[in-house]
Every structure is written in structure tokens, then in C-alpha cells.
Design a protein around this ligand. Sequence first.
Ligand code: IPE
Ligand code: MG
Length: 227
Amino acid sequence: MDGNGRWAKQKGMVRAFGHENGTKSVRQTVEACAEIGIKHLTLYAFSTENWKRPKLEVDTLMKLLVSSLKKEINTLLDNNIKLNAIGNLSSLPKKVYKELQEVIELTKENTHMDLTLALSYGSREELLNAVKEISTKVKNNIISTESIDESVLNAHLYTQSLPDVDLLIRTSGEQRISNFLLWQIAYAELYFTPVLWPDFTKQHLSDAIIEYQKRERRFGKTSEQIS
Ligand code: IPE
Ligand code: MG
């Protein structure tokens, strides 16, 4: 979800105004995904690198997170959506952590869609943690080096309960990954749109999915093997 700051600047407003308006796109996207029948939606809300932003902006984003969680709990319950979070959650302010855990608890029996918020998330940090945990297990003879395969690594990631990414959408015209799910997007289809996040609507999501449906996913095989 990129482009909140630029959206606000274009309107002669402060960056916080862009973040506030970005929450409308979050709601639209979550509702649209639930309507279409998407099973897993992961939103990159705050990266490990975003902590380097000015304190005022970080504080604004954290406050917005708490108020959005409070406001959207009914949307999640009405749509049978289960909330989950990935990232270094212990680095979040106590208030955010508490609110997050409350909503996770309240929605844990929901089954229609998984909504995962990536918060204080960095893929390199996630991979480093996995490497440390696995090497500790090897050292303590819990697993052998030979048994380490993709499923072992997967099981040590924050995303252990999620499938690989099918479609990755980045808004605002930037064409980079920015430390998001590096392992999990190995065969994801990438979709970049110039639309700034606060302008992103259900129609834009639909455009992205239609484009995705036109792609031929070969996973290294030939076209003939797929058909
Ligand atoms: C995305 O918008 C929101 C977060 C990263 C939290 P930005 O804040 O990155 O907006 P730009 O890139 O400055 O326009
Ligand atoms: Mg940005």
C-alpha cells in the first residue's frame, strides 16, 4: 500500500491526511477480496524500515492503526474474516499490540478469509530469525542438516500458515519489492499500478485480478506442459 504521502502532497495537505484516506482503500480492498472469494489477503502496512520515519509520522500511523482496528472490528465479524499479523510484533507500542491481539482473538473462529497485516515486518528479518531457529535445532540435535528442505524453512516463517503468494500488487508507480515476503513471492505474479493508495478502489483491484487471470503461470515448465 504505497503513495499515501504523495497523494496528500498533491492536495497540499500533510502526510497524515494521506494515511487517513488510505484506510478507506483498506476497507474497500478487504471487502472486495471477501466478496470475490479470495482466501488470503496480506497488507503491507508498516515495514521494519518505516521506524526510521520522523517520530510524528510513526506516532500518527500507530494511532491510526489502533483507531482502524477498533472501527473495523464489525466489518471483520460481518464478513467472517479472521485477522492475523506478521512481523516483529513485540516492537509495536503496547496499545497497538493489545488492540491487535484483541481483534485477533475476537475473529479467530472466522473462516471466510484470512486478513494478515504485515506490521513492523521485514522479510530479511523474518529469514534471519528462521535461520537462527533452525540452526539452534540442528545444534541441539532436534533436526538434521540433511532434513532441511523448503517445508522446514516455511515452517519457521511468520507466514507458516499461509500459502505462497499468487498476486502481489504495489500501488504508486514504484516497481520494487521493498523487503516484502521475499521467499514467499518466488513465483508470484507482480502487478504495479501508478494509482496512489488512497485512490485505489474495488475497480482497480478488479483490473489487477483480470490482468492476473491473463498470465500464464508456468512455474519453470513449458507452455505445452501446462496445457
Ligand atoms: C504508504 O504510503 C504507507 C506506509 C508506508 C505506512 P507512504 O507513506 O509510503 O507514501 P509515499 O510513498 O511517501 O507517497
Ligand atoms: Mg512510500
